[in-house]
Design a protein around this ligand. Structure first.
Ligand SMILES: *Cc1c(COP(=O)(O)O)cnc(C)c1O
Length: 376
């Protein structure tokens, strides 16, 4: 047996996947063993698509084996050749999906309050080659959806949301996933709701869903016909079963994230030089998927100093999203990656720090994190 030495405290990581009780998963496995269907859109796949559409409040959803392939497929469906305007302040998969389609990413700056793509900067970046806009609902805070739809309409552009952080998020109109032409989700282990690995595309008609479902199955249209250069984007029955079980716990998981968020906010209100994003940004039903703070110049430590200080004390936050996507070698020579084009994103990437947040994080651990922030 491993005994912890006195004074040793367990490390606190930025996230920890939620695992339902193991014994509750065995009946699902038994069913898979009994019917012998492992993948290729079997019964659990159909059931998870049905339950997710219902839970999320969307009309059509297509499951994928991960969020990146979902994003690649969404852009393949709609964007064609040309330029896709997106944010540098995101996980690198957002821009990689554009490159995988041989499209050109064009980066526009973000807003300092929300860290989401700035509609005015997007509009200024439109050229005759622009085909689509790809905003991210960063940290689950809805992007400026009305402004983006207006721009897309006026310029005849497609609008695809990388909603990887926005599972379950609603605004005044309902699910945030109903905006734009398509929205993609990531159901990766680190996200609010996970199927181990997984992703999805939300669409608005049976016909579009049918096209997406062909693309995720090699472009097959029946046994002897292939109509598009599709990929293998199918989610296996084991992943779907895990999702069905996980879905029973997701409301409780989000509720606990909400409690942790409230505790962090109260603690940070009392700390000079640290800010969090306005609670008003989270929509009418937030998912509390991340807890980013901004380490301002009047805080006693720089962001990187604080990051290393916390790690030295067993707390492991993450600097999402530092470095910016535009710092990576496949992007940094693009004209839109220049420092002059992205002043806000660059400043924010140097201040942001995402604190640990996950359903199993207990009050004691939250207090430990706050203590370290208070007495730097
Ligand atoms: C997680 C994530 C992805 C990629 O999803 P995977 O399921 O890991 O492939 C894409 N975009 C953003 C913003 C993400 O956070």
């Amino acid at each position: 047996m491993h005994l912890e030495s006195p004074g040793m405290t367990k490390p606190i990581f930025v996230t920890k996947p939620f695992l339902p009780p193991l014994e509750e998963f065995t009946p699902y496995l038994q069913q898979i063993w009994d019917n012998g269907i492992l993948t290729n859109c079997g019964p659990f796949h159909a059931e998870l698509e049905r339950q997710l559409a219902d839970y999320l409040g969307v009309s059509h959803i297509s499951l994928f084996n991960n969020g990146t392939i979902a994003l690649v497929t969404a852009l393949q469906m709609l964007a064609g050749e040309g330029e896709v305007i997106t944010t540098p302040f995101s996980f690198v998969a957002t821009a990689h999906a554009v490159l995988w389609n041989r499209q050109t990413p064009v980066f526009a700056d973000i807003e300092p309050g929300s860290l989401n793509l700035d509609p005015d900067r997007v509009e200024a970046a439109i050229t005759p080659r622009t085909t689509a806009i790809l905003p991210v609902h960063c940290y689950g805070n809805p992007a400026r959806t009305a402004a983006f739809q207006d721009i897309a309409n006026r310029h005849g552009l497609k609008l695809i949301y990388d909603a990887a952080h926005a599972f379950g998020v609603q605004d005044a109109s309902g699910s945030v996933l109903n905006h734009g032409d398509l929205s993609t989700l990531s159901l990766h282990a680190t996200k609010v709701f996970n199927t181990l690995e997984g992703g999805a595309i939300v669409s608005h008609s049976a016909q579009i869903k049918d096209q997406i479902d062909k693309l995720k199955n090699f472009g097959h249209d029946g046994e002897t016909s292939v109509v598009a250069t599709g990929i293998n984007g199918k989610m296996s029955e084991i992943n779907c079963a895990f999702g069905l079980l996980q879905l029973k716990y997701v409301d409780a998981a989000i509720a606990r994230r909400g409690e942790i968020t409230a505790a962090y906010r109260t603690g940070i209100d009392a700390i000079e030089g640290l800010d969090y994003l306005s609670p008003a940004l989270g929509g009418t039903k937030p998912n509390y998927s991340y807890f980013p703070i901004l380490v301002r110049p009047d805080y006693p430590r720089t962001r990187d100093d604080l990051f290393h200080h916390l790690k030295a004390n067993g707390v492991h936050p993450r600097r999402y999203f530092y470095p910016l996507i535009t710092a990576f070698e496949m992007y940094r020579d693009l004209p839109s990656a220049s420092a002059a084009n992205l002043p806000v994103a660059r400043a924010m990437a140097d201040q942001v720090l995402c604190l640990p947040i996950y359903p199993d994080l207990d009050d004691g651990a939250v207090a430990r994190v706050l203590d370290l922030l208070q007495a730097p």
